[in-house]
Ligand binder design. Structure first.
Ligand SMILES: Nc1nc2c(c(=O)[nH]1)N[C@H]1C(S)=C(S)[C@@H](COP(=O)(O)O)O[C@H]1N2
Ligand SMILES: [Mo]
Length: 223
C-alpha cells in the first residue's frame, strides 16, 4: 500500500461493521421477492427515497490531498497511464445527472456529477481485446469489480464534483467512481487504481456475501 493508502478503522469496530453487513447477506435482508426488471418504478424494489446523502465507508475516510492524488489505469491495456489531478482535470469533462441506490435501502434522486466519462478513459488507455473485467482500488484499501461493458456504459464517470462543488472527502473526494445502474457499493470512493483483467476478481463486499453484479431492479443484493 502507498502512503495515502491505509485501511480506516482497525480492529474491533471495523470487524463488527463488516460482520453485521455479512449477516444481512446471510439472512437475505430487505429482499421483497418482487423484482422490477422493466423499471416500471423509478424507485427499485425494497428502496426508500431519502433527501439527505448518507455516508458509508469501512470506518475511515482517507485524507488525500489533491497534489498527492494519483490515478493509475493499467493491466490489459495498450496505453497504461498514471495521472495527476491536474492531468485528470485536463481530460474532456462531462456532466451527468443520476440516481443513487444503496444496498442498505436508501435511494437519492437527481445527483448532478461532473467528471470524466468512463468512455473518455477507455479511449485513452485502449483495453486489449481479451479484457473482460475491471477492478477499482481505493486509498482506504477497498476494492470492487464490474464487467467491462458495465464500466463502458454512457452514464458512468469518474466524478470530482457534485452539484458544482468539489466532491467532499466523506463522499470520496478528490475523485470517485459513479456507476448509477448498480447498487452504490460498486461506486468506489477515493479511487486510485483501475485495473483491467481477463478474469474476474471479486472485490471487498463481493467476497463477503454480496452479489457479484448488483442490479437494484433485480434485487441483486446478495450472492
Ligand atoms: N473506497 C470506498 N468506496 C466505497 C465504500 C468504501 O467503504 N470505501 N463504500 C461503498 C458503499 S457500501 C456505498 S453505499 C457507497 C457510499 O457512498 P457515499 O458515502 O458517498 O454515500 O460507497 C461505496 N464506495
Ligand atoms: Mo453500501
Amino acid at each position: 500500500m502507498g502512503e495515502d493508502e491505509k485501511p480506516g478503522l482497525g480492529g474491533q469496530s471495523r470487524d463488527k461493521l463488516i460482520r453485521s453487513k455479512e449477516k444481512w447477506a446471510e439472512e437475505g435482508r430487505l429482499l421483497t421477492g418482487a423484482p422490477d426488471p422493466a423499471h416500471r418504478n423509478r424507485l427499485p424494489p425494497g428502496q426508500r427515497e431519502v433527501k439527505t446523502w448518507p455516508v458509508l465507508d469501512l470506518g475511515g475516510q482517507p485524507d488525500v490531498k489533491p497534489e498527492n492524488w494519483r490515478l493509475q489505469v493499467l493491466g490489459l491495456v495498450e496505453n497504461p497511464v498514471a495521472l495527476t489531478l491536474t492531468q485528470f482535470m485536463a481530460l474532456p469533462q462531462t456532466e451527468l445527472v443520476s440516481d443513487i441506490h444503496c444496498v442498505t435501502a436508501w435511494s437519492r434522486f437527481d445527483n448532478r456529477w461532473q467528471g470524466v466519462a468512463s468512455r473518455t478513459l477507455l479511449e485513452l488507455v485502449k483495453p486489449k481485446p481479451e479484457t473482460r473485467h475491471v477492478v477499482f482500488h481505493s486509498y482506504d484499501g477497498y476494492t470492487t469489480n464490474v464487467r467491462l461493458p458495465v464500466f463502458a456504459e454512457d452514464d458512468v464517470l469518474l466524478a470530482h464534483s457534485w452539484e458544482g462543488k468539489p466532491l467532499a472527502r466523506e463522499h470520496g473526494g478528490p475523485v470517485r467512481v459513479v456507476i448509477p445502474r448498480w447498487y452504490f457499493w460498486k461506486s468506489a470512493k477515493w479511487v486510485t487504481r483501475i485495473v483491467f483483467h481477463e478474469r474476474d476478481r471479486p472485490g471487498f463486499w463481493e467476497t463477503r456475501g454480496y452479489h457479484n453484479d448488483g442490479d437494484p431492479w433485480n434485487e441483486e443484493r446478495y450472492s
